[in-house]
Design a protein around this ligand. Structure first.
Ligand code: 5GP
Ligand code: ZN
Length: 132
């Protein structure tokens, strides 16, 4: 059984912020910033590739509610939502989860971006491939 399934069934303790029949939000053990929270489905779903749409709706509703709870109580200004799918994307725990990472400014939390110049011809081809 995976570590988050053990958190859901209580085998591993957690600090729960919000819960419904299908989803749960709890504090991340690593606390990238104060209030860093994970929102997960209660059923074991590995990644976005296995996520059914109803669970996706339940999850995102919980993300909105949990983000507002955190913002009201902690008073941060901005927030990152992060979701890694698969090892190449940095997923370590193979139970679907969305990170809510409050941003306070000067919080020493960095996400590296890789800037690429837009090539409109390539974008047009890509768009055609994706929509036809
Ligand atoms: P990933 O890299 O898979 O997107 O993130 C996994 C997250 O799960 C990490 O931020 C890590 O700190 C968190 N995590 C791993 N094990 C536990 C645990 O036992 N309890 C809690 N609360 N968080 C955990
Ligand atoms: Zn699991």
């Amino acid at each position: 059984m995976c570590v988050f399934c053990k958190i859901i069934n209580g085998e591993i303790p957690s600090y729960k912020i919000y819960e419904t029949d299908t989803v749960m939000a709890f504090l991340d053990i690593s606390q990238n910033t104060k209030g860093h929270t994970l929102v997960i489905p209660k059923k074991h779903i590995e990644s976005i590739f296995d996520l059914d749409e109803q669970t996706g709706r339940d999850l995102f509703e919980a993300v909105v509610k949990t983000t507002n709870i955190l913002k009201n109580k902690l008073g941060f200004k901005d927030v990152n939502l992060l979701n890694n799918n698969g090892s190449l994307a940095g997923q370590v725990v193979n139970h679907y989860h969305i990170h809510i990472i409050p941003r306070y400014g000067n919080d020493e939390c960095y996400f590296k971006e890789s800037p690429h110049e837009a090539n409109f011809e390539e974008l047009a081809k890509l768009c055609e491939k994706l929509t036809k």
